[in-house]
Design a protein around this ligand. Sequence first.
Ligand SMILES: [Zn+2]
Length: 309
Amino acid sequence: MTNSPVNIIMYHYVRPLSLSRYPDIKALEYQEFQRQINYFCKNFEILGMKDLLAVIDGSTTCERQAVVLTFDDGFIDHFHSVFPVLHDFGIQGCFYPPSLPVLDKKLLDVHRIHFILAAAKNHEDVLQRLQLHINDHLGSSHARASLEAAGSGKRDSPETVTIKRLLQRDLPRALRTAICENLFREFVSIDEKAFVEELYMNESQMRLMTANGMHIGSHADSHEFLGKLAPKDQEHELHRSIEMLEIVGADPSHGWSLAYPYGDYNQTTLDLATSLGCQAAFTDQAGAADVSPGERLEIARFDTNDFPQ
Ligand SMILES: [Zn+2]
């Protein structure tokens, strides 16, 4: 018997957005999330991680169209808004928190950038400040070159795309973090520690979710583009995240799952994931999942905003 399609759905922020302090953050409104889960329960089979692995291994098949619900980045939203809804419906979500905020209470650059962009009224101002920082550290010719050649993204203006590209990936790592910290203080908050406590789930919240049937997997440690890191740094990223899985009771000794930060990986990542016992890994490549065993470390995912429903 052949399988019906399996769709992996990817979520990030899910919150009562209009009531929140940062209504411009790119989040899914809580009520819309509830509506989606209702819709999925009526029209799809909802698979947990064990079910997905069984489909991949061919020990079971899906008779109806199926979805797997995945939640990236370890936001407190997943504890307050997502977990209670899934628990009520008796379905499993798969959660992918990076380990650095959990183990070291550090704010990740990727999220500093989200909140800088949500708090700043004008992204041209942010880009100007960014240009000054690059000027200070790398000289004006580098600043000009860095700011060229940005296209606009699916949901972002050219300025926003440039800011994200430079601060998430293109500038040297230490400089990226220093500039992100600086812009965060300027546009968002001087108290990063308090911000971390409010933004991310902590160990005990994740332990409670695991104990109540949720799946927690790896989203690496510091949310870098894994494919751009040296092999030893990639290894460190995966080892630390597996350490976190142990701490929150996810028992990685019997296999674990992985969502690549930014959907990025290379052959080294695939080799490391295989040797460390990873059983399934998700990209950000939009599309229905190929659930054949040979594709288990390169499974496509739909962003919730792109999935037809
Ligand atoms: Zn992520």
